[in-house]
Design a protein around this ligand. Structure first.
Ligand code: ATR
Length: 296
């Protein structure tokens, strides 16, 4: 969209510049921990906080209040990603495609919206399996994606951008999967009950459903038809080691937990605001893991 620009904001940032994650509820979010770690590491004079906005609030008015209060950027999470999309003055191509915004820049009185979820997911895969994206790797094999919610939306669009030749998408409610089929030319929707068969020859399996999360039913997903050394990704991180990932490890597959997507979408947002790609280092991982263990 015209007017889209990725210039970092910190050149113009006042010492009181603030960043936030907007959501409802939002107190459980790990984004403040992650971003404040990077702000400190880079010596940037800003604070990142959780900023609850109720679904019944006037979302546009809340964003204007944030701009007046000195916020220069914000992440957006459930349930506001679509409302944020509607409130922007300019959108990145990724946000435009998804109809959802997870990263806002407040710049010169304008609201710029981006979406880093899909590229964050891809970056997480690449970090987890740096040697597996080649000719015989997951990028040149079919992929099977389970689920059709907001995360699946970002993931199938990103897999399409990454050139995955055959993206097989299944969801319990088939209509919801069909609704995502326009996001990439290589998406083919299948039946939820055919998922075991559809895994045949896949180099990547991604679970975006809530099955296997704490308090949810288990995910019944046989892995035996996947390609050798395929990537198996579960986007949830509570619990971090889901039954699916445990099974994947036992079967000789590469298990990719949900922390990669969480950290990489955050890193891409941080880069949009600061023009600096922060490092996902051991210190940050340790801090995050300690926090996850403490609260979950
Ligand atoms: P997101 O958080 O990614 O936006 P969501 O909208 O909460 O996702 O959806 C959760 C996903 O888990 C959906 O794909 C949902 O399937 P439906 O669209 O049919 O509801 C899936 N899901 C939840 N419980 C399930 C179950 N018992 N069996 C199969 N799929 C299930």
């Amino acid at each position: 969209m015209a007017g889209w620009s990725h210039d970092g904001l910190f050149t113009m940032m006042r010492p009181s510049g603030k960043l936030a994650i907007i959501g409802w509820p939002v107190s459980h979010s790990r984004s403040p921990l992650i971003h404040n770690y990077w702000l400190a590491a880079h010596g940037l004079p800003a604070l990142y906080e959780a900023y609850p906005i109720s679904p019944t609030d006037d979302f546009g008015a809340a964003l204007r209040a944030m701009a007046d209060a000195g916020f220069v950027g914000a992440n957006v999470t459930v349930p506001h990603k679509e409302a944020a999309f509607a409130a922007m003055d300019a959108l990145s191509p990724a946000a435009q495609t998804l109809g959802a915004v997870n990263t806002i820049s407040f710049k010169d009185g304008r609201l710029l919206g981006d979406n880093t979820d899909g590229d964050g997911f891809l970056a997480g895969l690449e970090a987890a399996a740096p040697d597996h994206g080649g000719k015989d790797g997951w990028q040149n094999a079919p992929a099977l994606v389970l689920g059709a919610g907001g995360a699946a939306r970002a993931i199938v669009a990103a897999l399409g951008r990454a050139g995955i030749p055959d993206i097989r998408l299944v969801n319990r409610t088939r209509d919801r999967a069909e609704a995502l089929s326009g996001l990439a030319a290589s998406i083919a929707v299948g039946d939820w009950d055919a998922r075991a068969k559809l895994a045949d020859g896949c180099g990547l399996l991604v679970n975006t459903t809530s099955l296997g999360m704490a308090g949810q039913p288990p995910l019944d997903m046989p892995l035996d038809r996947l390609k050798k050394a395929a990537l198996v990704s579960d986007i949830v991180y509570t619990p971090r080691h889901t039954e699916l990932l445990r099974k994947a490890q036992q079967g000789g597959f590469i298990a990719v937990d949900g922390l990669g997507m969480l950290l990489n979408q955050a890193a891409l947002s941080f880069e949009i605001w600061t023009d600096t790609r922060p490092r996902i280092d051991d210190g940050l991982r340790a801090l995050l893991l300690a926090d996850l263990t403490k609260k979950d």
